[in-house]
Write a protein that binds this ligand. Structure first.
Ligand SMILES: Nc1ncnc2c1ncn2[C@@H]1O[C@H](COP(=O)(O)OP(=O)(O)OP(=O)(O)O)[C@@H](O)[C@H]1O
Ligand SMILES: [Mg+2]
Length: 381
């Protein structure tokens, strides 16, 4: 404790004589009314000094100076540093472990996906991924499995299509072979020869129609079927179709009727393709309708063109409704009545109609109750 002149009044340090004028930067500052501090070596000890003025109504009464060794403070700071370095090391190690674990959980499923994709590419179509999470990786896995299933289904469809097609071509080829063999090796009477040649002719026609159907399907599958949209006289077209159907129905001893409006708008389908659609629907109606039955062709238009081919024939049970349009699908006839056909006609019709953005539906009130096929086609723009 110093007085206003900087002389010692009292001290905790017994080696400091009372009345001694002390000089140091912090004391000089305190005598000027400022609080200050300083660090100095005293002997071989480093000390921190602080001094503050004692004021009374603005006048300096004296100065208080305190001193403390720096050593404990340095010790404290060193210990804090060591603690900090250890803490930082632990945090670094922990975050390294977490990022490694995260990396593993993200990359492991991706590596599995990669390996599965390669196995599928090499022909293992049954390969699927085990999905453990619901996050983005899990969703990716689900999409991957769905894709694998679709690819496998498509490939199976293609394979059965090819084997069915080969079978359908083989049967007529075998009977052709038998007939030509007989004609070449046996000494047949003329009328027998003629019969065989007529059989060959009709088999060749059947083969040609199967090949045509297969080609239409293959072209549309490949995306190579053109959408020929040259305008044609739709009314004249249907009149012509009705005229020919009338002749054919008479040959089958069936009734044919047509309900056609006087004029019909242009429709967004190629004329040859529309001809294929109608030929198939009308020939089916005649094929699956007994003699004396009736076949009806109705055409109308609003925002679309509606074509309806109905018959009073054998119809079909509800379970066949959606299957009739599948390739090679034919309804088994319990009474064993054999009707020639490949089961491609309606598949071709549906493929063409949908190729032009139209729709087709099959309806029947049941076996023996006739069938109705309804085609809806967009009008020309
Ligand atoms: N009008 C119809 N009435 C009853 N069943 C029908 C009718 N049209 C088709 N079906 C059934 O649908 C099946 C498939 O018809 P689709 O035209 O595809 O083949 P198909 O006539 O048997 O042979 P093709 O390839 O020579 O046309 C037929 O076998 C028949 O069972
Ligand atoms: Mg048919």
């Amino acid at each position: 404790l110093l007085d206003a002149e900087g002389r010692v009044i009292a001290s905790t340090n017994p080696s400091v004589p009372l009345g001694l004028r002390l000089y140091s930067p912090e004391i000089e500052a305190a005598l000027q009314s400022h609080t200050a501090h300083d660090v100095r070596h005293t002997g071989n000890e480093e000390l921190a000094y602080a001094a503050a003025p004692v004021l009374y109504e603005g006048d300096i009464l004296g100065v208080i100076q305190v001193a403390a060794p720096m050593q404990p403070a340095y010790q404290d700071a060193r210990e804090r540093w060591v603690e900090l370095i250890i803490e930082a090391g632990v945090i670094l190690l922990l975050s390294l472990a977490v990022s490694l674990w995260l990396g593993q959980t993200i990359t492991r499923p991706i590596r599995q996906l990669h390996a599965s994709a390669l196995r599928i590419a090499n022909g293992a179509l049954d390969e699927r991924i085990l999905i453990k999470s619901k996050d983005e990786i899990g969703q990716l896995g689900q999409a991957f499995n769905y894709m694998a299933t679709q690819v496998s289904n498509l490939l199976n469809m293609q394979r059965s299509f090819v084997s069915n097609a080969a079978h359908e071509l083989r049967t007529p080829l075998m009977s052709l072979k038998l007939r030509t063999q007989s004609l070449l090796t046996e000494n047949l009477p003329d009328d027998q020869k003629t019969t065989y040649l007529q059989e060959i002719d009709s088999e060749v026609n059947r083969l040609a129609s199967v090949v045509t159907d297969l080609l239409i399907l293959a072209r549309i599958d490949e995306g190579k079927h053109e959408r020929r949209l040259e305008p044609f006289d739709v009314s004249a077209f249907f009149s012509d179709v009705a005229r020919q159907a009338n002749i054919q129905a008479r040959q089958h001893h069936q009734q044919f009727r047509a309900a056609l409006p006087d004029s019909l708008p242009d429709v967004a389908i190629g004329m040859n393709d529309l001809r294929i659609v109608l030929d198939n629907l009308l020939s089916n109606a005649m094929k699956y309708t007994p003699i004396e039955g009736t076949i009806l062709l109705e055409v109308s238009s609003d925002t679309h063109l509606h074509i309806q081919v109905s018959d009073t024939g054998e119809g079909f049970a509800p379970e066949h409704q959606s299957l009739l349009f599948e390739r090679f699908y034919r309804v088994d006839r319990p009474n064993g009545r054999l009707v020639s056909g490949t089961g491609l006609g309606l598949a071709v019709v549906k493929t063409i109609v949908e190729h032009y953005g139209g729709q087709i539906q099959a309806n029947s009130s049941g076996v023996g109750k006739g069938a109705t096929f309804t085609v809806t086609l967009p009008l020309a723009a």
